[in-house]
Design a binder for this molecule. Structure first.
Ligand code: ZN
Ligand code: ZN
Length: 154
């Protein structure tokens, strides 16, 4: 395809685009990709990543990225079932959880809040299930199990 003047080829999706775009290790990528990148990468994290790595993560999370805007905040945390405060909560890619669970997840993964916000509930829930098994206590809960009593017994 002949390159038109003023257009570039996005190194992530391969589409032509106009404007300055966004920088990654391999060159510039388009604003359409940038919108998705913002959901699954921490701020500025992608600046030094190769396009293939960015593309791989966008593909991995293609479904939750597509559904992102359609997800409404539920009344309660999708992990522990506690009521979600209006402001103090954590938005995952495909779910909302309370700050306690977010902090717990960040601790279990040895990562930051920001990184938790780039993940899916299905990636975080197994951590809590393992903790419950270690803690040896289980109570029926709304999503899987109530974990709080178990979490602090280690
Ligand atoms: Zn693109
Ligand atoms: Zn919670």
């Amino acid at each position: 395809m002949m390159k038109l003047i003023g257009t570039k080829i996005c190194v992530v999706c391969g589409n032509e685009f106009k404007g300055p775009g966004n920088i990654c290790k391999d060159g510039d990528y388009c604003n359409e990709c940038e919108k998705k990148v913002r959901l699954v990468f921490m701020e500025d994290e992608e600046d030094y990543l190769p396009a293939a790595k960015i593309r791989a993560r966008l593909n991995k999370y293609a479904d939750p990225i597509a559904a992102y805007d359609s997800i409404k905040k539920p009344e309660s945390c999708m992990i522990c079932g506690k009521k979600l405060p209006k402001l103090m909560h954590m938005r995952l890619l495909d779910a909302y959880i309370c700050m306690d669970c977010a902090q717990e997840a960040a601790g279990l993964l040895h990562t930051s809040y920001d990184a938790i916000g780039c993940m899916c509930l299905s990636e975080i829930l197994p951590l809590f299930e393992q903790t419950i098994v270690r803690g040896g206590r289980m109570q029926a809960g709304p999503f899987t199990t109530r974990i709080h009593s178990a979490l602090y017994i280690r």
